[in-house]
Design a protein around this ligand. Structure first.
Ligand code: FAD
Length: 265
């Protein structure tokens, strides 16, 4: 049973409400399982916040919040930061300055047909797809952050975040295996977009028909022909992706101009 009212949405759009809910869940729920951020964990969290600050597409209150958080994290000379201090900043100090993250989860493109399906993992995929496309659209955005030295900074930050913080440990193990096998071969921003798309489809293939599959949103190769007909081709009777058209589609689908603010606070 889903106590929330169903929110009608368009599958060809990406909703800022999902991206904001992803950050809300990440900062207020996922991170809360780590009482103290220190050493490698702290570095990974800082890099994640920097990545979102520089690449999140809108310049609205989410970016202001992440900027405030990023400035605060980078200015602290501390080697260890209690999670409570991060929460305090997100919940209170920022609200005073009128910068705050929605105080509730509001899934739209990521809503499930019942509680426990979709939601956060869906929104985290969505967020990282958006970031790969934004990095391509703004190639210099990460200059002087230290992240610009990596060939595929969005993927590398995602890899480290998932490995360290993502609540689904089994997912983390699978993702790490895939990353170890081929992530280091990614050399360009285009390949970065396509690597994540392809890896996401590998997960879709593996999970099709499993318990986590929402019957209203069955796992299938994505984008479907109805979303992108030219992404699909047949060669000698076998289905193949037209990667050029897939790239064009992803650049459009996850672009800032395809973000819908509907249902957002
Ligand atoms: P999701 O797969 O979450 O997709 C969200 C949205 O992204 C879709 O609605 C669609 O609009 C779009 N999309 C779908 N495919 C693609 C694609 N190829 N490229 C771009 N956009 C796409 N669950 C497990 O049970 N086992 C695992 O090993 C596992 N590993 C995971 C690894 C990571 C890094 C993440 C973030 C999640 C993982 N999950 C795993 C969760 C799982 O992948 C789904 O997120 C979850 O089951 C919810 O599925 P969903 O129907 O909302 O669609």
């Amino acid at each position: 049973q889903n106590p929330e009212p169903w929110r009608d949405f368009d599958r060809s759009k990406v909703y800022t409400a999902d991206l904001e809910s992803a950050l809300h869940y990440l900062l207020r729920v996922e991170l809360a399982t780590h009482n103290m951020l220190e050493g490698e964990e702290l570095k990974i969290f800082k890099d994640f916040v920097t990545l979102v600050t520089k690449l999140y597409p809108d310049g609205g209150s989410v970016v202001k919040l992440m900027e405030t958080l990023s400035d605060w994290l980078l200015s602290l000379p501390l080697q260890r930061i209690p999670y409570q201090a991060v929460l305090d900043l997100v919940d209170n100090k920022m609200r005073i300055s009128g910068v705050f993250l929605g105080a509730e989860l509001r899934w739209v493109g990521c809503q499930g047909s019942r509680v426990g399906l979709r939601g956060y993992p869906c929104s985290l995929w969505t967020l990282f797809h958006v970031l790969t496309v934004q990095h391509d659209a703004m190639p210099t955005a990460l200059d002087n952050t230290g992240l610009e030295v990596e060939a595929a900074p969005v993927l590398q930050v995602m890899r480290r975040y998932i490995r360290t913080f993502f609540g689904c440990e089994e997912c983390g193990r699978h993702f790490e295996q895939a990353a170890a096998a081929s992530m280091d071969k990614v050399e360009t921003r285009e390949q970065q977009i396509l690597w994540l798309w392809n890896q996401h489809n590998m997960v879709n293939y593996r999970l099709a028909g499993s318990l986590s599959d929402d019957p209203l949103f069955p796992k299938a190769p994505w984008p479907s022909p109805s979303l992108c007909a030219s992404c699909h081709e047949e060669k000698n009777g076998v289905h193949v992706w037209n990667q050029e058209n897939v790239l064009r589609f992803l650049r459009h689908h996850y672009s800032a101009s395809n973000l819908s603010p509907q249902y957002s606070l």
